[in-house]
Design a protein around this ligand. Sequence first.
Ligand code: HSE
Length: 405
Amino acid sequence: MKIAVMGYGTVGSGVVEVIEAHSDVIPKRTGGKSLEVAHILDLRDFPGDSHASLFTKDFYDILNDDEVKIVAETMGGVNPAFDFTMKLLQAGKSVVTSNKELVAHKGLELLETAEKNGVNYLFEASVGGGIPIIRPITQCLAANNIEGIAGILNGTTNFILTMMIEKGMSFDEALKLAQDKGYAEKDPTADVQGHDACRKVCILASLAFGKHVYPSQVETEGITNISLEDVSYINSVDGVIKLLGQIKYISEDSIAAFVSPAVVYHGSQLASVHDVFNAVLVRGDAVGDVCFYGPGAGKLPTASAVVADMIDCAKHSDRKKIFGWGAGEEDYVVDYKACIKMPFYVRAKATCTQINSAFSEVKYLSRKGQPSDEVAFITDIMTENELKKRLDGIPVLNIIKVTNY
Ligand code: HSE
């Protein structure tokens, strides 16, 4: 069966590599069909690459090739990936993708178009890289009401935080290393400011609760404000800082969803997720907590998920997989700051007397080299709005949510 790959970057070249390296086993898993790469679309040149005869800069070479039945879209970004994917689905070709930005923004339209045209639009690689999570949520956990999801969803930021926590490395040094290893997005601000994790939260929330959640509905804070001082205070209470995407069920008509740094205590499964690894913890009413763990970024892990989707499409070329969700609603994602209660870590230029008069109960933290005019503490549970009221007039250096996962 002929296939095409659009985008020959880290993931796309990994897809070609995995297909070629596994050409012997793939037919055993598709019911006898092999995957034969017929076109690779990329505007760049790749001198010396052994696939010279397959490269094209013209999307229509793929669209107009009737023998191509499955296309891997590993270009990233919304445009032109959206236009290309729409045209391919309308032409009766199945598309698989690692492009979380596209699924988060346009997943509803693309899934509806796939449905109408009797083909598949699959996106296992869009969340958690190589971790199986899309099918487990939609199939294996289908008997549960999902109460919440908390995930370390971005490998680059988890790598940076791990380097800061374990090696005392600066943020910039750790980011450079993550880029060199091919983990970061083309523009790493999407990683460090939390937008990449936000897109993955949108996909998980849409799948788990059935209505499209858009990135603009998910309040997002990245890791650029995290300092080695915060790392040190939190280490003193056996905790670590992770960038977490959190989704909480509130009612049939509302959920909370947000991305932010969070304190995770040792003992939580999420605390031991290091380096580029990701983990998604799903809390179901029947199953309890289940945690999916593995490499969240990188060439071959992500390609592993993309190629698995291609195998699924080849195996079920006559059958539509039932993945999807309905339209979103403006007020569906509520303002978590007004309704979700949790403890908070606070670092401030203040005295204990000031803090004690603002809070009835706090746990003070300490670190080596702590200046005499700096305090750090963990509050009792409260909403973020209440916290902000209590901190009114106090010069705050940082606030980090404390998770109960
Ligand atoms: N830049 C992303 C990350 C790649 O670091 O997790 C995988 O989505």
